[in-house]
Design a protein around this ligand. Structure first.
Ligand code: HEC
Length: 307
C-alpha cells in the first residue's frame, strides 16, 4: 500500500496534534502551556527530536532492505506499494462489512423478477451502517423518553435558568476583573475590610517599601505611621498625594496611572491603618500634626494645593 502521507507531512502533523492536545488539556491561563511550563516546552523538543529520529531510522532501514532484495522481490514490493489506500484490502473489507453489497458476479442471486423496459431491480439487504444508525436512534429515543418524560430529569425551563445563572456568574467575574469606576478625591473613603487592606499591603510591600520601609517607618520617604503629615493627613489627602505625587518632592511620584485609582484607595487605606504602630527605627515626625476635626479634608484641598 502507498504510504498515506509523506514523512514531511507526517512529522509536522503528528507534532501539531500532540501540541494541540497539550494546549487543550493543560490549564495554563492566558499564556500557552509551553511558555508557562518549561517542562512542556522541553517535552515538545524531545518529542520532535524523537519523531525525526524515528523517521530517519525507518527510511534508512527501508533503503537497506531494498538493496538486499532480489529483482523479483523488488517487483513484488513495487506492486504492493502501488496499491492506493482505497484499494487496500483493509478498506475493501471495511466497506464490505458496512454495506454488505453483492459483487457484480453475484448480482443474479438478488435480482427481482420485474423488468421495467430493461431496468431491473436488485433486492439488496439494507446496508449495516444505515440499519445500525437506525437502531441507535431508537435507543436514543427510548433513553430520552425515560429520562425527560417519565423520570423528569430537567425541563427546558430549568435548563434556561441554569444557563442564565451561569451567564450571571460570568458577568460578575468580568466586572470583578475589569477596572472599576474611578475613585476620585471627592468620592474616596477609608476602606477597612481585610481584603482591601491585604491588597493594599501587597502593593505597599512591592511599590512603596523601598522608600518608606516595609513597616512604614520611612527611609527616603517620611514616616507614615505617625500623626504628622507634610501634605495633610486623612484618607482624602493621603489618597490625593499617592495618586498625584508630591508637589514638594518629585521623588514621591503619582501612582494613579500605574496602579489605578481603586488600588491607590486600597494602599492609602493600608497606609492609614499603620497609624500609631510606632515601628522600631522609624523616622522622626515631619510636617504638621493632623487633627481630623480641626481641618476637614474637604477644605484642606486648597491648603494642599497652596503649598
Ligand atoms: C522613590 C521613593 C518613594 C517611593 C517608591 C514612594 N514614596 Fe511616598 N514619599 C517619598 C518621599 C520622598 C515623600 C515626601 C514627599 C514630600 O515631601 O512631600 C513621600 C511621601 C509620601 C506620603 C505623604 C507623607 C506626608 O507626610 O505627607 C505618602 C502617604 C506616601 N509617600 C505614600 C507612598 C505610597 C503608598 C507609595 C507606594 C505606592 C510610595 N509612597 C512610594 C518617596 C517615595
Amino acid at each position: 500500500m502507498k504510504k498515506l502521507f509523506p514523512s514531511y507531512v507526517r512529522v509536522p502533523l503528528i507534532f501539531a496534534i500532540v501540541m494541540a492536545a497539550l494546549e487543550y488539556f493543560i490549564d495554563s491561563g492566558d499564556r500557552p502551556a509551553f511558555i508557562k511550563h518549561p517542562m512542556v516546552a522541553l517535552f515538545l523538543v524531545v518529542f520532535l527530536f524523537l519523531l525525526v529520529a524515528i523517521e530517519v531510522v525507518i527510511s534508512a532501514v527501508d533503503k537497506v532492505t531494498y538493496h538486499m532484495l532480489t529483482e523479483e522481490q523488488r517487483k513484488q514490493l513495487e506492486e504492493v506499494q502501488s496499491v492506493s489506500f482505497t484499494e487496500s484490502k483493509w478498506v475493501q473489507n471495511l466497506m464490505k462489512s458496512m454495506t454488505r453489497s453483492k459483487s457484480i458476479e453475484q448480482e443474479a442471486d438478488v435480482m427481482l423478477e420485474h423488468d421495467y423496459d430493461g431496468i431491473k431491480e436488485l433486492d439488496n439487504v439494507l446496508p449495516p451502517w444505515w440499519v445500525n444508525l437506525f437502531y441507535a436512534t431508537i435507543i436514543f429515543g427510548v433513553i430520552y423518553l425515560v429520562r425527560f418524560h417519565i423520570v423528569g430529569d430537567y425541563n427546558q425551563g430549568q435548563e434556561f435558568d441554569q444557563e442564565v445563572a451561569a451567564a450571571q456568574l460570568e458577568i460578575e467575574k468580568n466586572k470583578a476583573n475589569s477596572p472599576k469606576e474611578e475613585i476620585t478625591f471627592d468620592k474616596v473613603t477609608l476602606l477597612t475590610d481585610a481584603e482591601s487592606l491585604a491588597k493594599g499591603k501587597e502593593i505597599f510591600t512591592n511599590a512603596c517599601a523601598a522608600c518608606h520601609k516595609p513597616d512604614g517607618g520611612g527611609i527616603v520617604g517620611p514616616n507614615l505611621t505617625d500623626e504628622y503629615w507634610i501634605n495633610g493627613g486623612g484618607i482624602k489627602n493621603v489618597f490625593k498625594l499617592i495618586a498625584e505625587g508630591s508637589k514638594n518632592n518629585p521623588t514621591m511620584v503619582g501612582w494613579a496611572k500605574t496602579l489605578g485609582t481603586t488600588e491607590v484607595q486600597k494602599v492609602a487605606s493600608y497606609v492609614l491603618s499603620l497609624q500609631g504602630t510606632k515601628p522600631a527605627g522609624g523616622k522622626a515626625p515631619e510636617g504638621e500634626k493632623w487633627v481630623e476635626e480641626a481641618a476637614p479634608a474637604a477644605t484642606d484641598t486648597t491648603a494642599v494645593a497652596a503649598k
